[in-house]
Write a protein that binds this ligand. Sequence first.
Ligand SMILES: [Zn+2]
Length: 470
Amino acid sequence: MKQFLRNLKMATTLLVLFVAVLLAALFVQQKRSTEELSAAAGENKYTLQQIYSRAGSISSSDGVVLAHSDEGERKYAENSELARACLHLVGDYTHRLTNSVESVYMQELLGSSRSFLEQLKLDLSGCGFEGNDLTLTVNSNLMLKAGKLLKNYRGSIVLLNYETGDLLALANSPTVYPQDVINWENITDGSLFNRALYGRYLPGSTIKMITTAALLEAPDLDIDMKVKCLGSKEIVPAGARETLTPEGHGTVGLQEAFRKSCNAFFGKLAIALGRERFNEKAENFGFNQDLVLGNFKIAQSRLDLQEPGQGALSWAGVGQPIGQDKVTVSPMHLAAIAGAIANDGVMMKPNVLLQETDPLGAVKYSREAEEYYSCCRSDTAAELEELMLDVVNSGTGKRARRDGLKIAGKTGTAEMTNDDGKIEVNSLFAGYLISDSHPLAVAVVLEGENRDAATVAADMLQYAASIAIP
Ligand SMILES: [Zn+2]
C-alpha cells in the first residue's frame, strides 16, 4: 500500500510537471506569435530589431555569412562590398526593401512556422527562441563579381544553373550598404529597386528567341523563308524597320537574320505567325504567368497584343511594341528563358533557398531540382542553340566571344521613354555556357547603354567558369 501511494504521488507529480511544461510552452508560443503579429502589423524599426535579435543566419552556398544576429544585433556580410552586392537579395531587418530574404523568409528566420511539438523540443533544449538558419543557392564570389561588373552601370545581372534552376548570383546597380538602409541615410535614387526581379523591360531583339521557336514548331510555315530587308523603310505601313542598320540587310533567311538581328525578317515572321501563335509560344516560355523564385513572387513578364494591324504586330515581333501593345520581361525571367534553351527546352524552377536547418542542426528543407515550364521541343532548342552560337561567334553578340568557352546568346537593344520623357536605349543579353561542369545561364540588362550587355554577360560567365560550382 505504501509503495502504491508513493508511486501514485510520483505519477501525479510527473503529470503536474508535464502539464505545467505544456502550459508554459503554450504561453511562450502565444506570446511569441503576438509579438510577431504586432511586428507584421506595425513593422516599426524598434520592434523589428527586437524580433530579429535572435533570428537565424543567412549564408551563401559556399558558407559565407550574409546576415546573422549577434548579441541582439543584426549584422550583414563582413566584407562591405559583398554586403552591398547582396542588398537586394538579402535585404535588411527593417523591411524597407519589401521583398528580400529577410522579409519573404521571415517566418523561417524567426522559427515561427514550427509545429507545437517541434517548438516544445527546442524550448526544452534551451534554444526555442532562436530562429532557423538559411543557406542560399548563391555563391559569395559570384555575387561579389556581379556587383563589381555593374559598378559603372545602372542595371542587373542574373546567373542561374540551368540544370538545377539554382540562382547563383543576382545583383543590381545602383545599390547601397545595408547599414545605410537601416540608418536611412545616403540612399541614392533608385538604389533600393530590385531590377532583376521587378524590372519590366522591353525585351528588344531578345524576343526573337521566342518567335524563332514558334517558327521552328509551326508546321505550315517555311523554315527557309526569305525576307528582303529594306533598312529604314517600314516592312508594312506603320510596321517594323531597322533603327540601327538604315542601309538594310539585303535578302536574308533565318540564320542570317538571327545573327544580324534583322527586324524586317522577324517583323514579317510575327505577321506570318499571327497573334495567337506568338502568344502561345511566349506563354510556353513563361510570359503572362505568375513566376516565383522560392518565396519571392517576381514581376510577371507580359505579352499583351491589343493594338490592331500588321504594323503593330511586326513591332511586337521585334520586342518594340507600339500603341496599346505590351511586351515586358524581367532580367530573372530572361535568364530562365536562356537556361530553358540550354536545357533541351525545359525551364527548371528557379531556387534561392538551398537548405533550412533548425537551431539543433536538423534539416527542415532541402531544395530539389524541379521542372517548371516545357518551353519548346528539344530539337527546337538544339536549332536555337546553333543560331545563338552564331550570334556570339560572328553576329551582334561578338563582344561575348571568349577563347576556350562555348557561349550561345542573343543580344537586344530596346528604346524606351524614361521618366523624364527622354528616349533611352537599354542593352540586353541573354545567353549561356555550353559546359557539363558549369551549366550557366545569364541575363544582363543595362539601362541607358546600347551595347555593353554582351561584354558584361561574358565576363560574368568567364569568371564563373573559373571557379568550382557545387
Ligand atoms: Zn534587316
